[in-house]
Each structure stands twice: as C-alpha cells, then as structure tokens.
Design a protein around this ligand. Structure first.
Ligand SMILES: Cc1ncc(COP(=O)(O)O)c(C=O)c1O
Length: 437
C-alpha cells in the first residue's frame, strides 16, 4: 500500500466515525421535534462516497456519473439515462430536444416542434415543468386536474388536441401515476410526442411498468426532497433512441462531439468531417450542431447518488408504508377530507400525502393547527399555475375550464411520507389531525 492509499483509508475510516457521531438519529419529541415534509436520508455510505470522490478530484462528470447513468437506465430498462444538474434542467432538455432541428429525423412522433406549436399539460403543475415550454416559444394547452389523483384528467386530453398540437407533457403528481394507458394510446393514435415528468415519482409503476418508461423522454429530480438525492441533480431517460444524440448534445453545449470529458477522438474522425459551412476537418470537438446548454452534474454529486441508489427499494417501501398508514388512519374523516385516489393499475411511489378539505372545513385553520404541532405541510406546488404572478401573461390556451385546478389551489395540501418518518411520527400526525376535528 502506498502512502496515498494509506492516508485515504484513514480519512474514509474517520469519515465514517464522524458521520455516526455527528448525524446520529435524534429522539422524537412529539410537538417539539420538527416533522419536515421531506429531507435527505443518509448514513456514512453517502459521505464516504463524497469524500472519496473529492480525493479523486475528478470534479466534472466522470466514473461515478457514468456508473450512476448505467444503474438508472438499468432500473428503468431504458436504453439511456443522462445525468443533469436538476429536474428543472431535465425538463428543459426534454422540451428543447423536441424543438431541435434534428428531431425531424426521429421516428415515432410528429417531428420537430416549431414556435407556436402546442403541448398539452396540466394547470396544476410545478413551475419548471411549464417554463421550458414558454421559453421555447411553444404554446401550453392547459387541461383541468382531478381532485384525488391531482393529475391531468385523462378524459379531457384528447378533446384538447388542436391543429397545432404536437405533444403531451404529463407530470405524475406527488408520485401518483397518470393514466398511462389513455395517454400512450392518444399519443400513438394522434401522432404526438409523449413526455413524462417523473421528478416526484421515481419507482412508481402503471400496469407493472415503471413510470418514465412510457414517454419518448422522461425527467427525474434528485433534489433533497425527492426519492433519492445528490443535493442538486436530475436526469433524462431516453426511451426513444432517436433522441439520444440530441439530448446529449443539448446537455453538453450543443456540441456534435460525444467524447466523454477528458477524451479525444472517440469517433476516430476528429479532423476528417465536413460540417455545416466550416472548413473541412474543423476540430469535431468544437462543432456545434444544436443550440445547447451546459447542464451537466459533477462526479461529486453522482458519488452521493450511487450510495442513495442502493437505498432506493427501501426508500420506496418506507414511502408506501407511511402513505398507507395515513390513508387507513384518516378513513374515518372521509366526510370532511378527500383522500388520495389511486387507479387500481397504479402503484404510486408517493412523494407526499395529499388531502383536500371538503366544504365547510377551513384549510388554513387545519394547516395552522398542524404547523403549530411542528408538522410541516405543503401546497400542491403552483396550484392553478395561471394564477401565479409570473405566469399571468404567458401565451396559452385553456381546454374547457379549470374549476378542479382552482379547487386544488384553494383546498388541497400535502403531508410528508419520506423515509425519515417512522411509525411514531405518523401516529403523531394522525393524532393531531383527529384532534383538530
Ligand atoms: C414535478 C416536478 N418537476 C420538476 C421539479 C424540479 O426539480 P428540481 O428541483 O430538481 O429542479 C420538481 C421539483 O420539486 C417537481 O416537483
């Protein structure tokens, strides 16, 4: 063993010891301990991976990123998964990929989206699911959502299609799968691209298939509130292989070259191509075939993600268990609270537990009651996004009305189910809610 290896061993040993001492679980004191709606759940494995990666000092996406991408693609049975720096970046990449010139050559859809083309999406949404649509000069067509699933009402989608509609962007809200049987059928019959926002739904299935495996592309987020985390992070699943080069190029500055960081001439034709109107043989490393970004993540992030990935099955189980316990424990209040609705074909991987108060129940009073007991609550993201100050003046079309979306904005909130909450905490949440009534 050389000196560096010896020191590395010592550092990692100390790191494990430190994590056990500094991040030991704290005793739960009902009403005093804060019950966050989400949070990172980790042990020494994540910190050892992070420290180890920092000692390697690779920094940019490298071996850990490659390994994480392979494992994620394997989890979904997808041809490719590309790591990016957030779920928002993943959504941007998906939409930008549909607008790339070369999307015209991708089979399985209507070709490239042009400014003014439409994309169907729900009115209750996360802002950065919608923003890339607006930034790419596409027109969002809003359909109403359902109280209970909080997803876009599948019965409304086909009627929302107009002469310029080219795509559907479906988020699986709070980890509850959309009706993918209806959405895939419509996309196929009407020749539309189907995109899935799975940022809240890692591990959820519909008809036994993971959500994220249905659309041409799907996005994930690894922000700390999500099923697994690397701090900031996200990714794009590429199910339609025709998008592979486009997504990679848009993520990596728009370049035509696909060399991994630190590699040259993977294609063997670095100085032997005729591209655009460039002089023959212009260095392929600096040839740009798309208007791209730099949305890559670092190897440090991926190193954390690898340790989290190992815990994913257990995390999903814990979320499902907490969700199930809240559901059972609140059944007796169904005349006052609308509980989540789950399609029998769906197995959610819950992000949270949504509750809609029925007529006569004051949501604000219930939220205050819970927050006073240190039980954190959240609203369903932007509510009816068209009522948000930044979105009042966006170009859009509404199909039908958005009455349910307005109700969700007014009457719905959600509780945490993340793996940091155990039986004791869920019992306390149930006790407090029952006490309110
Ligand atoms: C449905 C949905 N899409 C996209 C995002 C954005 O992910 P990120 O925070 O990683 O940018 C979120 C964030 O929570 C989300 O809930």
């Amino acid at each position: 063993m050389n000196r560096a290896e010896e020191l590395r061993g010592k550092i990692l040993e100390l790191t494990a010891e430190y994590v056990k001492a500094a991040h030991a679980p704290k005793a739960f004191v009902p009403g005093q301990s804060k019950l966050t709606y989400a949070g990172r759940v980790f042990d020494e494995a994540e910190v050892i991976n992070l420290v180890s990666s920092s000692l390697d000092f690779w920094l940019t996406a490298g071996p850990c990123a490659g390994e994480f991408e392979n494992r994620m693609a394997g989890f979904f049975g997808a041809p490719d998964f590309f790591l990016v720096n957030s779920g928002s970046s993943a959504n941007l990449l998906m939409v930008a990929a549909l607008c790339a010139e070369s999307a015209d050559k991708v089979p399985g859809g209507p070709g490239r989206m042009l400014p003014g083309d439409e994309i169907i999406t729900p009115a209750v949404t996360f802002p950065t699911t919608l923003t890339p649509i607006v930034h790419n000069r596409l027109v969002p067509v809003f359909v109403d959502c359902e109280v209970g699933t909080y997803n876009m009402d599948p019965a409304l989608v086909e009627g929302a299609i107009g002469p310029r509609t080219r795509a559907i962007l479906a988020p699986h809200t709070l980890g509850n799968p959309c009706d993918m049987a209806v959405l895939t059928d419509i996309a196929k019959r009407r020749n539309l691209w189907l995109l899935e926002d799975c940022c809240d739904a890692l591990g959820a299935t519909f008809d036994g298939r993971p959500v994220g495996a249905f659309g041409a592309l799907a996005s994930l987020s690894f922000y700390p509130a999500h099923h697994i985390t690397m701090g900031e992070g996200g990714g794009v699943l590429v199910n339609n292989r025709g998008f592979k080069k486009i997504v990679l190029s848009l993520r990596d500055w728009g370049r035509d070259c696909w060399c991994d960081p630190g590699r040259n001439d993977t294609c063997g034709k670095r100085f032997d191509r005729q591209m655009g109107e460039l002089p023959f043989g212009y260095d392929h490393k600096y040839v740009y075939s798309n208007l791209g970004y730099n949305l890559k993540a670092t190897d440090l992030q991926a190193a954390i993600g690898l340790a989290q990935f190992e815990k994913l099955p257990r995390f999903i189980e814990a979320r499902r268990k907490n969700f199930g316990r809240l559901f059972e424990g609140l059944k007796s209040l169904e005349d006052r609270l609308e509980l989540p609705r789950i399609d029998p074909r769906a197995n959610p991987s819950p992000f949270g537990f949504p509750i809609t108060v029925r007529k006569g129940i004051d949501r604000r009073a219930l939220i205050d009651h819970l927050e006073n007991a240190k039980i954190e609550t959240r609203l369903v993201f932007g509510g009816n996004i068209l009522r948000q100050p930044g979105f009042l003046n966006i170009e859009h079309r509404v199909h039908g009305d958005l009455k349910a979306s307005d109700r969700i904005m007014r009457d719905t909130f959600f509780l945490g189910v993340y793996p940091g909450l155990g039986d004791e905490q869920i019992d306390f949440m149930l006790e407090r809610i029952n006490a309110f009534f």
